[in-house]
Design a protein around this ligand. Structure first.
Ligand code: MLC
Ligand code: AMP
Length: 495
C-alpha cells in the first residue's frame, strides 16, 4: 500500500471516534464518508493531482474533512493561518500557486476581497459521491507548509508522502498511539505541530481527536475530565495551564488522568516540567522538530524523560553536530545540529537557491545549536542566527518585521530581536532609530498600527524601544547579541 493510501484508509477504524469538535462527534466511518464526498466535489470543480488547494479556516470537523478531501484528489494541501494579514495571504497564495481556496464563515469575506480565485466553504463542500481512484507516488508532494526564515518572506516547505507518513508512523510507534487514545488538540492547523503531530499522526493510528479552535486551560482540563489520554502542546500552553491550576489547585489531580503529555516547538523550561510533575502529572515528554524535518528527536515513552533535553534521535533519523566549517564535533561540544533521514522536506517550493543553501548534501542544516551528551541525549541550547525568534512556539523571522517597520518615513533603521520571556519563550521587540526631531511617543503607536495591518498577530512587536543608534561591529553589521543583552536587563514600555 502506498503511503498516502495508508493515511486515507480511515474505514479500518470503523466506529471508533475520529473527531469531537463543537457539536460534531464523528466516527472514522463518518469522517471517511464526508471526506470522500468533499473530495468528489473538489474533483467536480476541476481540481487535479498536483494542484495546490489552500485551506484557510478555523479548526473544525469540516476543516479536517476538507484536508482529507484534498488528499483524496491527489492535490497538494497548503494550510494557511486564518489570522494572516492581507499581504501574508497574498504572498502564500501567489507563491504556492493555489488555484482553489477552502474557507469558513470567518475567513471567506477576507479571502473573496483579496483574490479572484474560487473560494469554497468547508462546510458546504459535500455535494459529490466518490472521488476518483488515483495512483500517487510516495515521493509526490502532500503538503506545502509555510515557515519564516532569516530572509524576506516565509518559504513553503514541500513535504512528500514519504516524509509525512514515515515521520508520523515513527511517532505513533514511539509514543504508543492507538485506537484507545483520545488527544486534546488546541494547536493551530497551519503548522506541522498541530497538522502533523495533532492530526495526521492521530488519523494514522485511529486516535480520537478532541479539536478546539483555540487554546484555553479550562478546555484542556475538561478534556482530561472527559477521558483524554494524550495532550500535544507548546510550552506556553503548559505555563498557562499551571497558572490556572495555581488558582484552582483542586483540579490538579486531573493531570494524572492522561498517559502522555508531549511538548515541542520551543524549549520547555525545566521549572515548568518540575512544577507539572509536582502537581501529580506524568513527566512531560519533550521532543524536537521542525517544519522542514518533521519530528526527529524525542524523549522516550519508557525510559528517562530528561528535563531540559529533547531526548534521542527517533528510529531512521541520523543526526550530527558540526562546527562552522561543517566538521563533525565530539559529544559534549556545542555546534549546529544537522539532520538526515526519510522525514526531511523535498525542498522549499519554487526556491531552488534557498533549498541548496539549507542542505549540506543529504544533511539539513537546522540552524539550532545543540549538544549531544555521551549517552546520546540531545540538548538544544540556542540558534545560530538571532534573526529567528520563537514566540509561543511560532517562528518569527526578524527580517520580515524589519522590512515592514523600515518602510515608515520616520524610521532611520530598525532591528528586531527576541527578548527572553517566561511566558512566550521570547517576545518580539523592535529596536528603532527614529529620524531626528521625531516624537517617539507619537511614532510608537503608528508603527504598532503598521505592524497590525501587515503582520499576523504573533509577529507584531510586543514592545517598541527607541535608541539613538544600533550597535554595529567593525563590518557594519548590527550586533543583535549586544542589543538582546542590553534589553534583557532594562525594562521597556509597551507600545
Ligand atoms: C498569541 N499572542 C501572541 C502569541 N499568541 N503573542 C506572541 N506570540 C504568540 N505566539 C497574543 C495575541 O496577539 C494577543 O495579543 C494575545 O496574545 C492574546 O491572543 P490569543 O489569540 O487569545 O492568544 P492565545 O490563544 O492565548 O495564544 C497563545 C498560544 C498560541 C500559545 C495558544 O500562541 C499558539 O497557538 N501557539 C502555538 C504555535 C504553534 O503551533 N507552533 C508550531 C510550529 S511547528 P493582544 O495584544 O491582542 O492582546 C514547529 C515544529 C515543532 O515548531 O517542533 O513542533
Ligand atoms: P518551525 O520552523 O516553526 O517548524 O520551528 C522549528 C524550530 O522550533 C526548531 O528549529 C527549534 O528552534 C524549535 N524547536 C522545536 N522543538 C523544540 C524543542 N523541544 N526545544 C527547543 N526548540 C525547539
Amino acid at each position: 500500500m502506498g503511503l498516502r493510501a495508508r493515511l486515507l484508509a480511515l474505514p479500518r477504524f470503523a466506529d471508533a471516534t475520529a473527531l469531537i469538535a463543537g457539536d460534531a462527534r464523528w466516527s472514522y466511518q463518518e469522517l471517511d464518508l464526508r471526506a470522500r464526498r468533499a473530495g468528489a466535489a473538489l474533483a467536480a470543480a476541476g481540481v487535479a493531482p498536483g494542484d495546490r488547494v489552500a485551506v484557510c479556516a478555523a479548526s473544525s470537523a469540516e476543516h479536517i474533512a476538507a484536508i482529507v478531501a484534498v488528499h483524496h484528489v491527489g492535490a497538494i494541501l497548503v494550510p494557511i493561518n486564518p489570522r494572516a494579514s492581507a499581504p501574508e495571504l497574498r504572498h502564500v497564495l501567489e507563491d504556492s500557486g493555489a488555484s482553489i481556496l477552502l474557507a469558513d464563515s470567518t475567513t471567506r469575506p477576507t479571502l473573496i476581497g483579496l483574490t479572484d480565485r474560487r473560494v469554497y466553504d468547508v462546510v458546504t463542500l459535500s455535494q459529490g459521491e466518490e472521488p476518483p481512484a488515483l495512483a500517487v507516488a510516495d515521493e509526490d508532494i502532500a503538503a506545502i507548509v509555510y515557515t519564516s526564515g532569516t530572509t524576506g518572506r516565509s518559504k513553503g516547505a514541500a513535504l512528500s508522502w514519504r516524509a509525512l507518513v514515515t515521520a508520523m508512523a515513527t511517532l505513533g510507534a514511539a509514543w504508543g498511539l492507538g485506537p484507545g487514545d483520545r488527544v486534546s488538540h488546541a494547536l493551530p492547523l497551519f503548522h506541522v505541530h498541530g497538522l502533523c503531530v495533532g492530526i495526521y499522526a492521530s488519523l494514522l493510528h485511529g486516535v480520537a481527536i478532541a479539536l478546539h479552535s483555540r487554546f484555553l486551560p479550562s478546555t484542556l482540563l475538561d478534556d482530561l475530565a472527559a477521558g483524554a489520554t494524550v495532550v500535544h502542546a507548546v510550552p506556553t500552553m503548559y505555563s498557562r495551564l499551571l497558572e490556572t491550576l495555581a488558582l484552582a489547585p483542586e483540579l490538579a489531580p486531573l493531570l494524572a488522568r492522561a498517559r502522555l503529555f508531549t511538548a515541542g516547538s520551543a524549549a520547555l523550561s525545566p521549572d515548568v516540567h518540575a512544577a507539572f510533575v509536582g502537581l501529580g502529572g506524568p513527566p512531560i515528554l519533550e521532543r524536537y522538530g521542525m517544519t522542514e524535518t518533521l519530528i526527529t528527536i524525542s524523549n522516550p515513552l519508557a525510559g528517562e524523560r530528561r528535563p531540559g533535553s529533547v531526548g534521542l534521535p527517533l528510529p531512521g533519523v541520523e543526526i550530527r553536530i558540526v562546527d562552522d566549517d561543517g566538521c563533525e564535533l565530539e559529544a559534549g561540544t556545542p555546534g549546529e545540529l544537522q539532520i538526515a533521514g526519510p522525514t526531511l522536506m523535498t525542498g522549499y517550493w519554487n526556491a531552488p537557491e534557498a533549498t541548496r543553501a539549507a542542505f549540506d548534501g543529504r544533511w539539513f542544516r537546522t540552524g539550532d545549536t545543540a549538544i549531544r551528551g555521551p549517552d546520546g541525549y540531545v540538548q538544544i541550547i540556542g540558534r545560530t542566527s538571532l534573526d529567528i525568534i520563537k514566540s509561543g512556539g511560532f517562528k518569527v523571522g526578524a527580517r520580515e518585521i524589519e522590512d515592514v517597520l523600515a518602510r515608515h518615513p520616520h524610521v532611520v533603521e530598525v532591528a528586531v530581536i527576541g527578548r527572553p520571556d517566561p511566558e512566550w519563550g521570547e517576545r518580539v521587540v523592535a529596536v528603532v532609530v527614529a529620524r531626528p526631531g521625531v516624537d517617539s511617543a507619537a511614532l510608537a503607536p503608528t508603527l504598532a498600527e503598521l505592524a497590525r495591518l501587515e503582520l499576523t498577530h504573533y509577529k507584531q512587536p510586543r514592545e517598541i524601544v527607541f535608541v539613538d543608534a544600533l550597535p554595529r561591529n567593525a563590518m557594519g553589521k548590527v550586533e543583535k547579541a549586544k542589543l538582546r543583552a542590553t534589553l534583557s536587563v532594562s525594562a521597556a514600555p509597551d507600545p
